[in-house]
Design a protein around this ligand. Structure first.
Ligand code: F6P
Length: 550
């Protein structure tokens, strides 16, 4: 038993039963599974809110799914889920509650942390955000010179950037097109330069988003943005109050930076950075789409939260997706997971999921600090599907790797497309369905031969198939559907972390690089001695200085 009262995962009978089942199943063929069970697609699909999930193209049988659910039961996924929703401090290495679900809870919900109901504060901040967003949208909030705001620049990184930047792209059809939005994250000065080069400081609002307000990239960019603003507006420090607002948990640091804390939108340490874009971190998004649409998005999140909390295991979509990931990662040696949206608006969706999944489950010790001897989180990757088809799908179809994939599409196009452009939607979706079909069923040698292909080309033109996919189909993209999708993935990641017995809510792995960068910087600028620098890094630093003429 480890400190969490659980035996080692890979010695649990439910785990070894799955390993035996995997051996027994051998190379199960999707063609056969469908041939012998005509009702498979119907039985292996789920409806949750506006989402239809087809998981029939997975290398699983009823027995596989039952064994996976037994593993979830034995590893206490449900108990940990309930503890999370109750506000218990399940982020054990940081001693924090994990309550992103409270960010979208209706106002009459009670969720207590240290004896205090947190829901009223959530709604109070949402109210404050709404007032501010409406003032910017209507032109009532003006800049220092009295001109209305035309561009909002969000400065943040990681969870303080990826969420609002992704959701802004997804929800573009709902944005106020009179306003421009830019998202700056990289400490590379080129990012801020490109964002600001054609802007008028008198019409620009900066939203400085940082949970800690100590993140070097964000504070550096925010400081440069302030200099740019003051230079453009004659140096009057009073301008900062009209052009800078902050989103943070750290009022002290916000004040230290020079932002009036009345212009600060608060959130709390029980909201993880990568789970935060439905908190005040979504302020720039709310300005873009308006408070009403933002609340629709929150309702979508909440719908999925309630589903995850109450649906039985057989019908529980996040549980199912989490367990399927475990099936491939732990029993088929899959190293990665592709997320392939068939929607231009979801162009940054997978980048967002990379932080959500990889920062959460990229861990190699369990909750009690013991090294794990099983695989944990996968490499998550992918870009919009049709573009991927002409780039890396070759490897998916004929390569040697196991890459389970999610194909995400929508029945109807959104936005103000012309009739011609709207008509392209069927072609887009035909591609999604075709790829799922080709990946699953491939093309046999006999089928290739029957087409008259010369014998020497047959192996090259044969598709082995059997590549597993989940298809997620929604009626159309909307703020609510986005909320449903994100919460689906949040809870999927949760399920996997619970089974693997890791803390999905800390991120110590990002610290070392930060500390070393701080140590190395003076060596680059001033040639300072850095104690303990390895030979390779020392030589690179020296060459860098030479190239810079220092
Ligand atoms: O990458 C580490 C991290 O702490 C993320 O978890 C977080 O989203 C990001 O940095 C930004 O942190 P902050 O919001 O405190 O600036």
């Amino acid at each position: 038993m480890n400190a969490e009262g659980r035996g080692r995962l890979d010695r649990m009978p439910e785990w070894t039963a799955l390993a035996r089942h995997r051996d027994k199943l051998g190379e199960v063929r999707l063609r056969e599974l469908f041939d012998t069970d005509p009702g498979r697609a119907g039985r292996y699909s789920l409806r949750v809110g506006d989402l239809h999930l087809d998981y029939s193209k997975h290398l699983v049988t009823d027995e596989t799914l039952a064994l996976l659910r037994e593993l979830a039961a034995a590893t206490g996924v449900t108990e940990l889920r309930d503890a999370m929703f109750r506000g218990e401090k399940i982020n054990n290495t940081e001693g924090r509650a994990v309550l992103h679900t409270a960010l979208r809870a209706p106002h009459d919900t009670v969720v207590e942390v240290d004896g205090e109901n947190v829901v009223p504060a959530v709604h109070s901040v949402l109210g404050k955000m709404s007032v501010f967003a409406n003032r910017v949208r209507s032109g009532d909030w003006t800049g220092h010179t009295g001109r209305r705001i035309r561009t909002v620049v969000n400065i943040g990184i990681g969870g303080s950037d990826l969420g609002p930047a992704m959701a802004y792209e997804v929800l573009r059809p709902w944005t106020d097109r009179e306003l421009q939005f830019r998202f700056v994250s990289n400490v590379d000065g080129a990012d801020l330069h490109e964002a600001l080069r054609d802007l008028d400081p008198a019409e620009t609002l900066f939203v400085i988003s940082s949970k800690t307000f100590t993140t070097i990239e964000t504070i550096t960019n925010a400081t440069s943005a302030r200099s740019w603003l003051l230079a453009g507006l004659g140096g009057d420090e009073a301008a900062v109050a009209r052009h800078f607002v902050a989103v943070s948990t750290n009022a002290e640091k916000v004040a230290e930076f020079g932002i009036d804390t009345t212009n600060m939108f608060e959130f709390w340490d029980w909201v993880g950075g990568r789970y935060s874009y439905d908190s005040a971190i979504g302020l720039s998004l709310m300005i873009a789409i308006g408070p009403e649409r933002f609340r629709e998005m929150l309702a979508g999140f909440h719908l999925m939260d309630e589903h995850f909390r109450s649906a039985p295991p057989e019908e529980n979509a996040p549980l199912l997706l989490g367990l399927l990931g475990i099936w491939y990662g732990n029993f088929h040696d899959a190293q990665s997971h592709a997320v392939l949206p068939y929607s231009h608006y979801l162009s940054r969706f997978t980048a967002y999921l990379q932080q959500l999944d990889m920062e959460s489950n990229g861990k190699s010790v369990d909750r009690s600090g013991e090294p794990v001897s099983w695989q944990t989180g996968p490499v998550v990757w992918g870009t919009p599907g049709t573009n991927g088809q002409h780039a890396y799908y070759q490897l998916l179809h004929q390569g040697t790797k196991v890459v389970p994939a999610d194909l995400i599409g929508f029945a109807r196009p959104v936005g103000e497309l012309s009739d011609d452009l709207a008509a392209q939607h069927d072609l887009l979706m035909a591609n999604l369905f075709a790829q799922g079909q080709a990946l699953a069923f491939g093309k046999t040698e006999d089928e290739v031969r029957a087409e008259g292909v010369p014998e020497e080309q047959v192996p090259h033109r044969t598709f082995h198939g059997n590549h597993p996919t989940t298809t997620i189909l929604a009626s159309e993209l909307s703020p609510s559907v986005l909320g449903q999708l994100i919460a689906l993935y949040e809870h999927k990641v949760f399920v996997q972390g619970a089974v693997w017995n890791i803390d999905s809510f800390d991120q110590w792995g990002v610290e070392l690089g930060k500390v070393l960068a701080k140590r190395i910087e003076p060596a680059l600028t001033e040639g300072a001695e850095v104690a303990g620098l390895d030979g390779s890094t020392a030589a690179l630093v020296a060459r860098y200085r030479e190239l810079r003429g220092r």
